[in-house]
Design a protein around this ligand. Structure first.
Ligand code: SF4
Length: 347
């Protein structure tokens, strides 16, 4: 089986890598004969201060990526480098503790991710209690107040309980909790999916501001491409456990190369009614196959409008097709296209 190779970043971006992932896999054994390949060999890197958007339909494995990087799940295989240290295999207790400090998660559902029996102050200060046990209560209270103000709440909220807040406010509490220990890297797992559209923009703007002020690095997971554009420097598109395209955000929106990316983008309504009326929409047929029974060759072939004979037998390599852009599709592979008697055409 072809594995994904590490992408080459844009020559424009010379920042240092914070996270480097090589051929990461997370498989779950369901029973003696069945293995669910949630993440099946993905490679990417994220630079310090960068936001990588990770997009795909529900069940494509994107949340499993976030949970595997933060070691909620143990990886099945692959390498993960973080700040120069290898954290992909077995890690000792001290490394786990350091990761729990340096990597934080913001969860999708602000309704269930906060303990209803804890006050906001207790929720936000949980990490401080663990990682700064010597911090005095007074100091901790002051820090909680600062954090609440930082995320657009106020200090009077500290003594209240999660049910007293709206969805957007609860997500702000979740962000304050993640920031409390001053992490380097945040996995935001669909942090806006459960919120009203008007609130979504506020949370995205807040995350952007915090990133600018604190040099944070984000993996921003989302199930559609509409909002992710506004926060991501680059976007990786995932399908059935693999990344099928990775590019700078603008380039991806301007000229999506993978047929799956094209289909996802064509489902987003355009603000210009004239363009919306005349554009070509790609409607995907069929259901997403089960990750316990992945199709041979290209895993997208059962739904791809451009599938060729080679697609059923050769797993497309995730390769750079232009600077800063990688795609896993035979349409951009001169060798496979020659075998098919066709020419490579960039759509
Ligand atoms: Fe479609 Fe073939 Fe490209 Fe897969 S490799 S996306 S099936 S054209």
């Amino acid at each position: 089986m072809t594995t994904q190779t590490t992408e080459t970043s844009s020559p424009m971006d010379q920042r240092e890598d914070l996270l480097v992932v090589k051929d990461l896999k997370k498989h779950f054994r369901i029973d003696r004969k069945t293995v669910l390949k949630a993440v099946d060999g993905i490679s990417f890197s994220i630079k310090k201060g960068e936001t990588l958007g990770l997009v795909g339909e529900s069940g494509c494995g994107k949340s499993t990526v976030g949970r595997t990087l933060t070691r909620i799940y143990e990886p099945t295989a692959g390498e993960v480098g973080f700040g120069g240290a290898n954290i992909g295999g077995r890690i000792d207790r001290a490394t786990k503790r350091r990761l729990n400090h340096d990597m934080q998660m913001i969860f999708q559902d602000p309704y269930s991710s906060l303990n209803p029996r804890m006050t906001v102050a207790e929720i936000v200060s949980e990490g401080l209690v663990i990682h700064n046990p010597d911090m005095k209560q007074k100091e901790r209270d002051k820090r909680v107040q600062e954090l609440l103000e930082l995320v657009g709440l106020n200090k009077s909220h500290a003594g209240r309980y999660p049910h007293e807040f709206s969805g957007g406010q609860r997500q702000r509490i979740g962000i304050a909790r993640a920031l409390a220990v001053e992490p380097k890297f945040i996995v935001a797992d669909e942090p806006i999916a459960a919120l009203d559209v008007s609130i979504q923009a506020q949370i995205v703007n807040l995350l952007k501001e915090l990133q600018k002020d604190r040099g944070l690095t984000y993996l921003f997971i989302a199930h559609d491409l509409s909002m992710v554009k506004y926060i991501s420097d680059r976007i990786a598109v995932m399908y059935l456990g693999k990344i099928v395209e990775l590019a700078e955000s603008e380039a991806l929106y301007e000229k999506p190369l993978h047929p799956y990316t094209q289909a996802l983008l064509s489902a987003i309504p355009l603000p210009d009614p004239e363009k919306e009326r005349t554009r070509e929409q790609i409607i995907l047929t069929g259901d997403v196959p089960s990750p316990t029974d992945v199709p041979s060759g290209c895993r997208f072939r059962t739904r791809c409008p451009f599938a060729m004979d080679s697609c059923a037998v050769i797993d497309p390599e995730f390769r750079e097709v232009e600077p800063g852009r990688q795609v896993a599709c035979h349409l951009y592979d001169p060798e496979v296209m020659a075998k098919e008697g066709k020419e490579v055409t960039v759509r």
